[in-house]
Design a binder for this molecule. Sequence first.
Ligand SMILES: [Mg+2]
Length: 186
Amino acid sequence: MSTTQKSACIFLDRDGVLNRDRVNYAYELENFRILPNVPAALRTLRNAGFRRVVITNQSGIAKGIYTRQHMQTCHDFLQMTTGHLIEKIYYAPYHPSVTESLTRKPDSLMLEKAIARFNADIGKSWMIGDAERDLIPAQKLGLQTIRVIRDSEERKSETRDKIETIGQHVAQNLPEAVNIILNQIR
Ligand SMILES: [Mg+2]
């Protein structure tokens, strides 16, 4: 029955995985850059039968740096640029300095909601993120994880050792992460 059928899902962090991350938040459309080959990578996932869901912290909203409308404008652009292949974008507009929330990564509630909504098959689903806080909730819930390496400019403070201990796999970018997934299911 299709209603009870579980789905293989790819949960994606946004900043640093789909678009270039920025030190001062990515919210201005004129500075919102989709990373190379992201549309093709999403198509490959779609063609391989994976659902595609974004799970993103957007604490700049809580901090008053930008509004939901700024974010929505960027999401509309993201969807248009990537062929509307992202099925849902979950975002946590909170920050502990303003409002505590279990939806904000590394807490897992946002991911749990997405898993429930998409009836994700945990054993066949993955989380792709560029930060420890993306992968902590995924590992807690039993998803497979891939750590995407951020631009060298953005990650000077992080050591290679740390990277390797967090994700189960490490990829340079989303297309490489997709290849890892396809190699696992073949
Ligand atoms: Mg990120």
